[in-house]
Design a protein around this ligand. Structure first.
Ligand SMILES: Cc1cc2nc3c(=O)[nH]c(=O)nc-3n(C[C@H](O)[C@H](O)[C@H](O)COP(=O)(O)OP(=O)(O)OC[C@H]3O[C@@H](n4cnc5c(N)ncnc54)[C@H](O)[C@@H]3O)c2cc1C
Length: 388
């Protein structure tokens, strides 16, 4: 089999890139390790920057998001038992869209099926080859080995994928910080405690009140890295969440049975460069951010923006310029989001080694932040997403 762009991974970055390419008349095939149902069911991020919203519209998959998504003009910071609203729209003229990654994935998968895009699910042992000159991918499907020849390989296969592994020892440099805590998160079909997100700094640890819709809430509490989900009954979770919120919010939390509960470690990670000949790394394959700044999914989208523009230029105008600039352009935005996510993580969480002094410093920083127009604007600019 032959295609122009072989995409490894049917996560948001692979599906979005695939749809933009299909719409532009550029042939592509997606190879995905999991089943379609598994991909469709994954629950992850949920806050979309305007840039990503625009790309979903451009890909022709924005209709349901524009109907059902929740545009948010601000969020609350809670510390010292009080709430302080960050008015994103007043500070930047922009807003964010709350719309679950699960829904984004579903819309992209439906569109791909409708427009005849080829996705090979349950592709095993996917391996990129010869990406310095004439790239191809080998994989197995139903016990049979296959070969997919292509012009380019887009490595959209996440942190544990095959693409980055293929370039280890070939000039890849990595940068990493692992944080000494995780996030215990639940999803519950109860109305959110507040119509906007609440990010809470508390001496017991960070908490986040988020949502997927007006009837589905997504809540998180910071927990030790070695904590086990089994140790957290729903009642224990709700108690802990309420203890970390100012009393007026705590009293308004509607509790109910969780429909998902998991612990995620927090990590910052960047792999450089993001291009190796005709293999290009995209999204989580090249970088991870702690979820505090809601940047992971949005960074995958900005990589797709730069790569899609480069590929369109290559096929349309026979120019390599966009592809040559891909790694540098993408990394410049990635590092700014890494900085922001690291800063927000450092300011909002309890660190095991900083004690009461660290807590007071965080509270002083947050107090400065909410009372300084300049500092609030800086936070808001980064949260709504830096320009592409
Ligand atoms: C548990 C969790 C919670 C998260 N929560 C948030 C959040 O609240 N906010 C936020 O902004 N971000 C969050 N993120 C990050 C966000 O979900 C990711 O940044 C986003 O999914 C990146 O998209 P991607 O397409 O680059 O990678 P992925 O979504 O990881 O997709 C990669 C795809 O490649 C496939 N694949 C992997 N290996 C292979 C292989 N060898 N061969 C073929 N296919 C392969 C995978 O099955 C997957 O479908 C979270 C991530 C996780 C894991």
């Amino acid at each position: 089999m032959r295609t122009q762009v072989a995409i490894i991974g049917a996560g948001p970055s692979g599906l979005l890139l695939g749809q933009l390419l299909t719409n532009a008349g550029i042939d592509n095939v997606i190879l995905e390790r999991q089943t379609g149902d598994y991909v469709r069911g994954r629950i992850r991020a949920g806050v979309l920057e305007e840039g990503m919203v625009g790309m979903l519209d451009e890909a022709g998959v924005g209709a349901r998001m524009n109907r059902q998504g929740l545009p948010h003009d601000g969020f609350d910071l809670a510390f010292g038992w009080r709430h302080h609203r960050i008015d994103l729209h007043a500070l930047t003229g922009k807003r964010v869209m709350v719309y679950g990654q699960t829904e984004v994935t579903r819309d992209l998968m439906d569109k791909r099926a409708e427009t005849g895009g080829v996705t090979i699910y349950e592709a095993g042992n996917v391996e990129p080859h010869d990406f310095g000159s004439q790239p191809f991918i080998t994989y197995e499907k139903d016990g049979v080995s296959h070969r997919l020849d292509c012009d380019f390989i887009a490595g959209c296969d996440g942190y544990h994928g095959a693409s980055r592994k293929a370039v280890e020892g070939k000039g890849l440099e990595t940068f990493e910080r692992v944080y000494p805590f995780g996030w215990l998160g639940i999803v519950a079909d109860v109305p959110p405690v507040h119509h906007e997100l609440i990010y809470a700094n508390h001496p017991r640890g960070f908490a986040l009140c988020s949502m997927r819709s007006t009837t589905r809430s997504r809540y998180y509490v910071q927990c030790p890295l070695d904590d086990k989900v089994e140790a957290w009954s729903d009642d224990r979770f709700w108690d802990e969440l309420r203890r970390r919120l100012p009393p007026d919010s705590a009293n308004r939390v509607t509790t109910g049975p969780s429909i998902e509960k998991s612990i995620a470690p927090l990590r910052s990670f960047v792999a450089e460069p993001m291009r190796f000949g005709r293999l290009l790394l995209v999204g989580d394959a090249a970088h991870i951010v702690p979820p505090t700044g809601a940047k992971g999914l949005n960074l995958a989208a900005s990589d797709v923006r730069y790569l899609f523009d480069g590929l369109r230029e290559y096929y349309g105008e026979k120019s390599d310029a966009g592809l040559d600039a891909y790694s540098q352009k993408a990394l410049s935005r990635v590092w700014k989001a890494e900085r922001f996510s690291w800063w927000m993580t450092s300011t909002m969480h309890r660190f095991p080694d900083t004690g009461a002094f660290g807590q007071r410093i965080q509270e002083a920083e947050l107090d400065y932040l909410v009372h300084s127009q300049a500092a609030s604007t800086s936070l808001a600019e980064n949260y709504v997403g830096l320009p592409y």
